[in-house]
Every structure is written in C-alpha cells, then in structure tokens.
Design a protein around this ligand. Structure first.
Ligand code: SF4
Length: 455
C-alpha cells in the first residue's frame, strides 16, 4: 500500500519539486509508479499561473475522489487510498479548497513539501489501523529554508538535470500570482547548490538548468557582490569550474536584473549555452507600465543587443501576453514590431485571462476574446515563420549536440539539443546518449533540425 503516483502541472520548478518529493518518498520506502491506475496514493502538484490551470487540477481531484469511494471489480476495496493536493494552487487557494474537495486527505503548500513523507506515513498508519479517517491534513504556512531539503534526483543517470537555486519573487507584476504562491525571494546556500551539481556530475550529468522564478536575483539578500559581480554570476562561475559539467542553462531571468557582469558571462563562460529565455510580455511601454514590468521596450532591446554583442550566436525565447487589460491595436502593433526586431527562436504566447487576487484583475478584462484570439494567431504565425527561417540558416552547419534519448518517433532516431536549445534529430544508437556529438544539419523544420552524426 505504498505505491505513489505524482502528477505535475505547470512549470519546470514544479517538475523539479515533484522529482525531489519522489526522491524523498523512495528514501522512505515508497514506490513511485508512472500509472495512476497502479497507485494507492496520488499527489497532484498544482499550478496557479492561470485560472484554467487551477480548474484543471480541481476537476481532476474531483474525479479521483469519486473513484476513491468506488470499489473496483477486481478489488473489494478501492485501490486509491490517499489523494493529496500540493504546490501553488494549494498555497494560493488554501483551506477554502476543501469546500469543493471535502474528502481530500492532504493539502500541502509550496514551502512544506519536505513534510510529505511524514504525512503519508501518518495517513497510511490510520488506514492500517482502520481507525477513523483523519480529517484533511493541511500545511500551508511558510518555511523559508525548506527548499534546502529538496535535493534528491531521479535514480540513475540524468544527462540533463534541473537544479533549483532559489524560490519566490519580490517583483509585483500586475497579472502574476507567483509571489503569493511562492513567497518572497530566498536563495539556497551556494555551497549546497555547488555540492548538489558535483554529485550530479559524478553520476554522469553533463548539463544543468538552474531554476528559479527570477534567477538573476539569486542571492541578492544573502550574498554581497564581489569584484563587481553579482551573487548569480559568482554562482555561474563556480558551476563553470565543476568537472564533468559541459553545459549550463538557467530559467527564468527578469530583464530588469540584467547587468553587464551577467552579459559578459556569455562571452567568458564557454559552458554557458548561448540561449536565453527572456520574458518580454509586451512591446508597448504603456502596457509594460500597466503590467508593472519595471523596464521599457528600449531597455529590453538594449539587453538583447548587448547579449548579441557578447555572443553573436545568441538564441532567444520569450513569454508574451496578448490582450492584457487596456491593450490597444497600437500597443499590439508595438509588440509585433519588437517580435520582428528580436527574431525569437521560440516564444510562449498567452491570451490574457483574469487571475483573481492580482492587480490586473481589478482593471477589468477589457480586450474582447476574438481580438485576443486574432492577436495570438498573428504572433503564432510570425513565430512559425521566424523559427523556420532561423533553423534553415543552420542547414549545412555542424552543431554540437548533447544526446538525450531516443526520439519519440523513428527507428534508431535519437534526439538531443544544440547549444541554442534547438531539438536535433539524427540516426544514432544508445551508446550516443550523454555524448556531445558533432551533427551535420541536413534539413530543418519549424521546431527541429535533422542531420547526421559525424564520426
Ligand atoms: S517576475 Fe513578475 S511574472 Fe515573474 S514570477 Fe515575479 S511577479 Fe511573476
């Protein structure tokens, strides 16, 4: 009765938290199963970035709770014993969630993940005692240092690993619920992070992606600048020195925290891959002000140009919200112009949706749905064209590819990423996994490059 299935919604931070929770549970003797149907315990790690994400998890929990009470033909008793909700939505909505999900067993916020094994032990003990079902176990209060306890990784070799370096965000972007769900910015100790990455390198990890809601603010409270370098740059330099690590990536930075010391890293630290995810959200200063993004269009473009000067092969991805309250056709035209000027390789484009509890929610949802839809379509079409054009410039070149796994489709086709974070597909074999291979690019689509591994 200790098979646990963890379903993760949302961002890479959530994926990483779920991985660390799974590692703690394995260490406590639980078995992590991939299929819901096999599980005695299901934990939903939730996302709060949009109302839709929350409704999805609530719907799922409601269906699972129904199953929980229904005996399966094979088993006299229901298989599912424990259902828990964790993460951003649990933190953001809190106890009122129990009104719509009264039979939930566990409700754990973003800063109490390290208590999940104890809670499951207690819940199962009550099951075994066949004692009365305890009321829902709820833990939502904050514990700043809890993130230091989430170090575990999946068993076996990970060619590319996610590493959380900080939690929370002090910014107050008007449309965003993250500061409420994840709390104030707090950094993990630099020693802990370096130690964790050394451990990963020793197991064969070649690439690390540093995670945080606003990574370039890492350590601003905890560490002083040294020789004009921010704590984040100091951390990058320490990771750069770790033997075995060949590639470093990070997400998400905030344009406002981009200083010259960080830009120089793209010139000086060869392991730092020349791809950056730099959310812009809008190309209109009026909308950036309404969003409280604390930078202007020109400042954003200056950062992009400085990065391209530091590394001419720089690749960019971004986040854009269309239809934020107050967005006019003229505002949107400025977003399109910026989009064309930067020539993003990849972009996540979102139609604004009201997020209760945010400042933007008080501005009213002023842009009609069909207008949001058409603006979204316009950017998606531009993205497809730009992405294809940029990929086609790589045909005939040789790309360094970190081979991750067999591709989903195609016999003997393997998948990896070039330094620009582009997916590359090529005929290969299992011995290639984990290697940095030169691949000659023979063709390109909007989303991937195809080629041949050179000897
Ligand atoms: S920087 Fe803004 S959008 Fe990003 S997590 Fe912080 S408040 Fe949200």
């Amino acid at each position: 009765m200790n098979r646990v299935h963890i379903k993760t919604y949302g961002c890479q931070m959530n994926e990483r938290d779920s991985e660390a929770i799974a590692a703690m549970l394995r260490a406590r003797g639980y078995t992590i199963v991939n299929a819901e149907a096999e599980a005695d315990i299901i934990l939903l790690n939730t996302c709060s970035v949009r109302d839709q994400a929350e409704q999805k998890a609530i719907g799922k929990a409601g269906r699972l709770l129904k199953d929980k009470h229904r005996a399966t033909p094979a088993l006299s008793a229901p298989r599912l014993r424990v259902l828990g909700l964790m993460g951003c939505m649990a933190q953001n909505r809190g106890r009122p969630l129990l009104e719509s999900l009264p039979d939930l067993d566990l409700l754990v916020g973003t800063q109490k993940f390290h208590h999940v094994p104890d809670h499951l032990d207690n819940l199962l003990a009550s099951w075994r005692g066949l004692g009365p079902r305890p009321s829902t176990l709820v833990e939502l209060d904050t514990e700043a240092d809890s993130q230091n306890l989430l170090r575990g990784h999946s068993p076996g070799r990970q060619v590319s690993a996610l590493v959380s370096i900080m939690q929370g965000c002090d910014m107050r972007c008007a449309y965003c619920i993250v500061p409420k769900a994840r709390g104030a910015e707090r950094a993990r100790p630099m020693e802990d992070i370096v130690d964790e990455i050394r451990g990963l390198a020793a197991t064969g990890t070649r690439e690390v992606t540093l995670l945080g809601q606003i990574v370039n603010h890492y350590g601003k409270r905890e560490y002083p600048a040294v020789a004009g370098k921010t704590p984040f740059v100091q951390l990058l330099e320490r990771i750069h020195a770790i033997e075995g690590i060949e590639r470093i990536r990070f997400t998400s930075p905030h344009p406002s925290g981009f200083r010259q010391d960080l830009v120089n890293c793209y010139r000086d630290l060869h392991k730092l891959c020349e791809h950056i995810h730099l959310p812009v959200q809008s190309g209109s200063d009026q909308i950036l002000r309404a969003m409280r993004r604390s930078y202007t269009r020109d400042q954003y473009l200056r950062t992009v140009n400085a990065l391209r000067a530091a590394h001419p092969g720089m690749c960019f991805s971004t986040d854009i919200i269309v239809g934020h309250p107050g967005e006019t056709d003229a505002d949107f035209a400025k977003t399109v112009a910026l989009f064309d000027e930067v020539k993003f390789d990849m972009a996540f484009i979102f139609k604004y949706s009201t997020r209760s509890g945010t400042e933007s929610a008080d501005m009213g949802d002023t842009v009609p749905r069909d207008v949001k839809e058409s603006r979204n379509q316009i950017l998606l079409e531009r993205l497809a064209a730009t992405s294809l054009a940029r990929n086609q410039t790589l045909v005939g070149t040789t790309q360094e590819v970190l081979v991750e796994s067999p591709a989903r489709k195609g016999r003997d086709i393997f998948m990896g990423r070039n330094r620009g974070n582009r997916k590359v597909l090529f005929p290969g074999n299992a011995a290639h996994v984990g290697l940095l291979l030169p691949v000659r690019v023979e063709s390109a689509t909007t989303t991937a490059l195809q080629g041949r591994a050179l000897a």
